[in-house]
Design a binder for this molecule. Structure first.
Ligand SMILES: [Zn+2]
Ligand SMILES: [Zn+2]
Length: 394
């Protein structure tokens, strides 16, 4: 039997468990860095598939490494499993965890024949927006010696190289001074006014930024009562731009809007976080082309990017991985349009039969892509050259 068909066979044999994993994670959403149940279920399945499993790597209790084989070509499938506050698995990370397990278990069967080391890396807290799990794992060495990193992310449509831009998330704190809002307002320093001024300044700034930039945030604390001059307010903001370089510049301008709030009111400003931004994604074209061929063989299609796909601007800590290691992060369609990621309606789509098919297709397409990388000398040299080159470049 053809090696790809035998891998398909392997995956089919465990497909029920893979789908069950996707559904279980979906039914019990856990926030970033607290995904204990998801990690237990995911690693149980990997252990059953013959992987050596280590949970709690790199000082992250919900990160794990599951490894099979010891060949010279090291391929990592990244599993995410964190959910969003309130709206649960509205980014479909249940599908990501399940595809990574499926791909890993399928590729594991041919690891020795193809000279592969296969790792499924459990990467927590992708939705964190700053210092996400993959950034911490990169800093702490979890990707050392890795030649290729792959994952697929659910989306309304299949897209080979979705636009993934740099992002920074940070908290803003204003500390003013409480006072009776009617009797002695002149004794107060209004921390809510500081936030209002900052938001107004950001609103005006929007006229003068690139169409590809994004600034968005929420007020996380607005005050205590209308008859108390707010002595403390806070907000959480994200700033995004096409690349880290542009992000740095934009972030400086947004920070000055927050400075303006402090200056005008006399409240004290503290900006917390934003120190480890998400990088733009560099999709590896050679691995991507293999993934595309494999997906198409499964009957999936990659329409020319529609205006909606082109203007889409998401961010992920996989971007940081991709600047160091050849990587792919295609979108896998679950036919949810007009429901899009980060909506309750999208969460509902992430356990439909279409989503389940995406789990199995994504897993198989990634496993087949690993086979292509291993068997094609040119591709193998391409990824190993890039991975080593970037390691040497630091
Ligand atoms: Zn998301
Ligand atoms: Zn996501």
């Amino acid at each position: 039997m053809d090696i790809k068909e035998s891998v398909r066979h392997e995956l089919r044999a465990i497909s029920e468990h893979i789908i069950d994993l996707s559904h279980r994670i979906h039914a019990s959403p856990e926030l970033g860095f607290e995904e204990h149940q998801a990690v237990t279920w995911t690693t149980d399945l990997l252990a059953a598939a013959g992987f050596d499993v280590e949970v709690g790597i790199c000082d992250l209790s919900t990160a794990f490494r599951a490894r099979v084989g010891n060949g010279p070509l090291h391929i990592v499938f990244c599993a995410e499993y964190d959910a969003l506050p309130v709206i649960g698995h509205a980014c479909g990370h249940n599908i990501i965890a399940a595809t990574a397990v499926g791909a890993g278990a399928a590729a594991a069967k041919v690891a020795d024949d193809l000279g592969l080391t296969v790792t499924v890396l459990g990467t927590p807290g992708e939705e964190a927006g700053n210092a996400g799990g993959k950034i911490l794992l990169l800093e702490r060495g979890a990707f050392e010696g890795v030649d290729v990193a792959m994952m697929v992310h659910p989306a309304p449509f299949d897209a080979l190289a979705p636009s993934i831009i740099a992002a920074s998330m940070f908290d803003v704190h204003y500390t003013g001074k409480e006072a009776h809002a009617a009797a002695f307002p002149e004794l107060g320093v209004n921390a809510a006014d500081a936030l209002t001024i900052a938001q107004t300044a950001i609103g005006l700034l929007r006229q003068h930024i690139r169409p590809t930039d994004r600034i968005h945030g929420i007020v996380t604390h607005g005050g205590e009562a209308p008859n108390i001059v707010p002595g403390f307010t806070s907000a959480r903001y994200m700033v995004r731009a096409t690349e880290l370089r542009e992000l740095d510049e934009l972030r400086g301008r947004v920070h000055r809007c927050f400075d303006a709030g402090a200056l005008a009111t006399g409240a004290q400003l503290d900006i917390i976080g934003g120190d480890r931004p998400y990088a733009e994604m560099r999709h590896d074209a050679v691995i991507g082309a293999a993934y595309r061929r494999n997906s198409e063989r499964l009957g999936r299609s990659f329409a020319p990017p529609s205006p909606a796909v082109v203007r889409m601007a998401a961010s992920t800590d996989m971007g940081n991985v991709s600047l160091r290691i050849p990587a792919i992060h295609p979108s896998i369609g679950i036919d949810s349009w007009p429901a899009v990621n980060h909506q309750r309606e999208f969460a509902a789509h992430c356990v439909t039969p279409t989503a389940d098919r995406a789990v199995l297709d994504g897993a198989l397409a990634m496993a087949w892509t690993a086979i292509d990388v291993a068997r094609d000398e040119v591709t193998r040299k391409h990824v190993q050259g890039l991975a080593r080159g970037s390691a040497e470049a630091g």
